[in-house]
Design a protein around this ligand. Structure first.
Ligand SMILES: Cc1cc2nc3c(=O)[nH]c(=O)nc-3n(C[C@H](O)[C@H](O)[C@H](O)COP(=O)(O)OP(=O)(O)OC[C@H]3O[C@@H](n4cnc5c(N)ncnc54)[C@H](O)[C@@H]3O)c2cc1C
Length: 368
């Protein structure tokens, strides 16, 4: 796809750190422009469901597009069947900077097994050579990309929340209590996982729709399935729910240990139904068995940034704040006026949740 001369020049540019290290020659807050931008080519490892690219992968596309203002983003989708092709069409028209969509069609790629997908990323990079490979920092990206990085002998930069230059990133450390600026100085490809709450893709523009990127098949003839099956997909157990997905919900109502039982958590579920919200929980509530662990918000749970986050009986430990402090409006109800949650709350109510929730249920209208 790219000429040998361009590849050699790209290698020279990237092994000589000057063009990227000189912060005086480039605005740190702007994507790269000019001749160097030609050498940026980003692969987005995307997930799809029901014929659509998942929201978290659209965030990865937004992050990729923020690296370079030229058409340089390739989206990789895998799986089989009609939903894969529908998702490829969605990907092709979701952003004007998408250069192409690559479809890897194989039954072995239907399930997100890290070994298989890391091999695929390795293969696709060998075929096309990318300067960057990006995925969302969810369980899929966190599972696949470090393994792909090991196969490609590079170090991934994980959990990126800001991109100021093509190889200069911001990521949280110490459970979000400090932000760290990381410059990637390794060889190509620069592999990153991004926090989807930090990158949003505006709804597809009409330009993108009328100018859909080409879709091509990945050549899987050298994909060595024989050496792969160190792990096997058995099944997935998930709870069917009409409520919105916790990671993408506009409103989240979260309960802590103070709820005391799974039975009492149903109060929160009723409130969530009235508000059209997702239900979240602290680790203490999960560990006590009140709710399943896929509802956990925090450092070792999900990272959320809804428009409204309501915390009932949540102390506000730093590990919990790490998962929700970017929420636009935070409301906290806690009996203890000194609870740390009040330090991040926009609205705080010192009260007993067992009085507040029934009152809210009584006064809020039913969802139409
Ligand atoms: C490595 C590590 C990772 C972790 N990851 C996470 C994580 O991802 N997510 C997470 O949440 N935690 C995580 N934790 C645990 C975290 O440190 C806290 O223990 C946990 O968040 C506390 O949960 P809680 O607020 O529900 O419980 P508690 O700390 O027990 O707080 C309960 C709160 O409810 C209030 N309360 C009690 N009764 C009432 C009432 N009737 N009405 C109103 N308020 C009431 C109390 O005043 C108190 O503030 C992690 C810990 C470690 C060490």
């Amino acid at each position: 796809m790219r000429s040998m001369a361009a590849a050699a020049m790209l290698k020279r540019c990237l092994t000589n750190p000057r063009p990227f290290l000189s912060s005086s020659s480039l605005s740190p807050s702007l994507p790269l422009r000019g001749p160097l931008s030609r050498f940026i080519s980003t692969l987005v490892l995307a997930e799809h469901e029901g014929g659509l690219v998942k929201q978290s992968s659209l965030s990865a596309v937004a992050a990729a597009a923020s690296i370079n203002e030229e058409k340089s983003v390739t989206v990789l989708l895998g799986g089989s069947g009609p939903s894969l092709h529908k998702a490829a069409s969605h990907a092709a028209s979701c952003h004007p900077l998408i250069l192409q969509v690559l479809v890897a069609e194989a039954d072995i790629l239907v399930h997100p097994l890290a070994e298989t997908w890391a091999e695929l990323v390795h293969l696709v990079h060998k075929q096309s050579g990318f300067s960057h490979i990006i995925s969302s920092s969810n369980s899929f990206g966190k599972n696949v990309l470090p393994r792909a990085a090991a196969l490609l002998d590079v170090s991934p930069v994980t959990d990126v929340i800001g991109i100021s230059e093509p190889r200069l990133f911001t990521r949280p450390i110490y459970a979000g209590n400090a932000l760290c600026t990381v410059r990637y100085t390794g060889a190509d490809p620069c592999i990153i996982t991004i926090r989807s709450t930090s990158f949003t893709l505006s709804s597809s523009s009409s330009e993108a729709k009328s100018n859909a990127a080409p879709i091509s098949q990945v050549d899987l003839s050298t994909f060595d399935e024989g050496s792969l099956p160190k792990s096997r997909w058995l099944n997935i157990t998930s709870q069917e729910s009409e409520r919105p997905d916790l990671a993408n919900a506009r409103i989240v109502v979260t309960g802590g240990r103070a709820l005391k039982s799974a039975e009492n958590f149903k109060l929160l579920e009723k409130l969530a139904e009235k508000l059209g919200a997702a239900v979240g929980a602290t680790r203490a509530a999960v560990d006590a068995g009140f709710v399943p662990n896929d509802l956990q918000v925090g450092q070792t749970g999900k990272i959320v940034a809804p428009d409204l986050y309501m915390a009932f009986g949540v102390s506000g430990a730093i590990q919990h704040l790490a998962g929700m402090r970017d929420s636009k409006v935070i409301v906290a109800v806690n009996k203890d006026a000194d609870a740390p949650i009040f330090q991040v709350a926009d609205y705080g109510l010192v009260a007993d949740l067992f009085e507040v929730i029934p009152e809210l249920l009584e006064k809020l209208p039913d969802k139409k």
